[in-house]
Design a protein around this ligand. Sequence first.
Ligand SMILES: [Zn+2]
Ligand SMILES: [Zn+2]
Length: 335
Amino acid sequence: MRFKLFYHLAATKKMEKKDYYILLYYCYTKIENPEEFREQHHELCLNLNLRGRIIVADEGLNGTVSGLKEDCEKYMKTVKSDARFSHTEFKIDEHDTHAFQKLHVRYKPEIVHSDLKNIDPSKRTGQYIEPKELKELMNREDVVLVDMRSKYEYELGKFKNAVTLDIENFRDMPSKVHELEKFKNKKIVTYCTGGIKCEKASAYLLEQGFENVYQLHGGIIKYGLEQGGENFEGKCYVFDNRVAVEVNTVNPKIISKCYVCNTTSDHMVNCANTVCNRHVPICESCMEKMEGCCSEDCKSAPTKREWNMDGYYPTNMNGYNPYKDAKRLNKKSKV
Ligand SMILES: [Zn+2]
Ligand SMILES: [Zn+2]
C-alpha cells in the first residue's frame, strides 16, 4: 500500500523525463546465512543493472541503489516477495541517470556501524511517528526533535529547532546521550536520513531509561516525499552523486555557510584537491576565486585537479569490475 503511495508521489513530483529511480531502504530481519544471501543478492543486482551500495548483515539489509525504473520495480518486487523482507519500505526518488558509478554488495557485522550489536530493533525500538503526525507534533512544547546524524550532515540541513549531537560518526552517539537527560520529561522524537539509524538510536535511549521515545518513520526523505518537507531547514545530505537534495518545497531556507567566506550558501562541492576532497558548501564566487578549492593550501597543492565548474569529480574507475566479488563462496569451495 505504502509503496504504491510513494510511487505515485515520485511519479507526479516532476514533469521532466526521468527514467531512473534512486532507492533508499533498510530492513531489520534475521538473515541465517548472510554470506550466501549476499552472493545471491549481488547476482540479482548485476542482472538488473543496479548500482549503489548494499550492506548485508545477520541483522538485516541496508541499501541505496539507482537503476532504470523497470529494473528498480523488479528489484523491489523481488525483495518484498521474500518473507524476511516483506516489511521493507522503499523511499523512491526519480533521477535522469544513475546516481552511483559502482555496485558494492558487502557483508558487514551491522547494517549501520554503531557498535550496538546487542540492540535488536526488531524486539524493541522507539514508537514510529509517521510524517503526517510529525507535522502536527513538531510545534508542541512537550516535544523535542533529536537529529541522530553526524555534524557534516545537519550543518547542511536539519529540522527547525532540532537538537543535534556533536558527532562525526554514528558510533559516537552513545557518548553524547547524557546531553539529552534534560529532555527526559519530554517526548523525544529521533530522526535521521532514511530512518535506519533511529531504529537503534531510539532503542538505545529506551535502554538508557528514557521513557517517551519516538522515531520518525522513513526519516527526512519520507517526510519530504509525503509532507513536502515543511520546517526542514536547508538541504538533506545524501550518500550518492547528488550529494544534497531539496526536501522542503513548503518553506525552504538555507542554513549552511560557505566554507571559505562564511556567507550563506548551500552550493555543495568536493574540494578540487584530490588529497583533500573535502565535501563542503563553497559559494559560486569563492569557487571561482579558489579554483574549486577549500583553502589556499589546496589551491597550491600539486594534487589539485583541473577545476570543474560543478565541483563534482567522477570516481576513479581503475580496475573496477562489478563481477569481481560477486561469487566468493564458490571460489572458496573450489580451493
Ligand atoms: Zn564564499
Ligand atoms: Zn581542500
